[in-house]
Design a protein around this ligand. Sequence first.
Ligand code: HEM
Length: 229
Amino acid sequence: MNLAVRRFMAAIDGVGGLGAELLKAKMAGRWQDGVPLSQAPTYAEWKAFNAKYPYGSREWIDAATSFGFADDIDGAKCPVTSHIRRANTRDMLDPLWDTDKKSRMGSALNNRRRILRRGLPYGDRASPDHDHGIVLLAHCANLFRQFEFVQQQWMNYGLDFNAGNDSCPIVGTHVPGARFVIAGDAKSGKPPFIASGLPHFVSTRGGDYFFSPSMTALRMIGQGVVDPT
Ligand code: HEM
């Protein structure tokens, strides 16, 4: 962990309990146990969510995964440029988001960008100078349309989110002065908050692409068949 990141994390922790917890949740789009801000935007609603659905149960998983952003287009609940909102835009980019639910095109624009992923932590997080990090395994059918698109267009640009040059607060490239905007809430009168001077949290150490053949492709290889297309 470099000095700038350590300073930023110390500053967040200095804010104390709930403030720090909320800022981290706003950056990710989920509370630390995975409950989405879209379903539980405040601390009280987070606790109520977990009281209603036993943690890890089918109901909990359904409620934590089946939600959209079209009812929160300004990001008052979940910031428009938070990590999960960039990574999986759900119904947010639907051109008909403000019409009634039935006439919407659903998440067609987003579905072609979806990836399966698993993060594998390595190293000792407790030791700040130790070599540690996360191996991200992303599985998709088309690298260009899925992984590379999400990484480049959604994590590192702000255009689709009307967010100017802001990149993802967690994995984006952060130039000096990088910011993360937490929208205000017109309903409650809460003003917006701008977290400025974000350090660069994630440095890529390496990466590789692997071909994982489908069952059809394995059969064809086994039969020695060459696909003429
Ligand atoms: C060190 C780098 C990264 C960290 C620490 C990180 C962290 C997280 C966290 C905390 C979540 C929310 C919990 C969850 O759903 O599992 C998440 C979700 C996700 N991340 Fe990342 N992430 C990283 C890199 C990436 C990259 C490079 C991509 C894609 C290019 C990506 C794509 C996603 C997706 C698709 C989701 C699920 C969104 C949803 O809930 O609908 N992440 N990540």
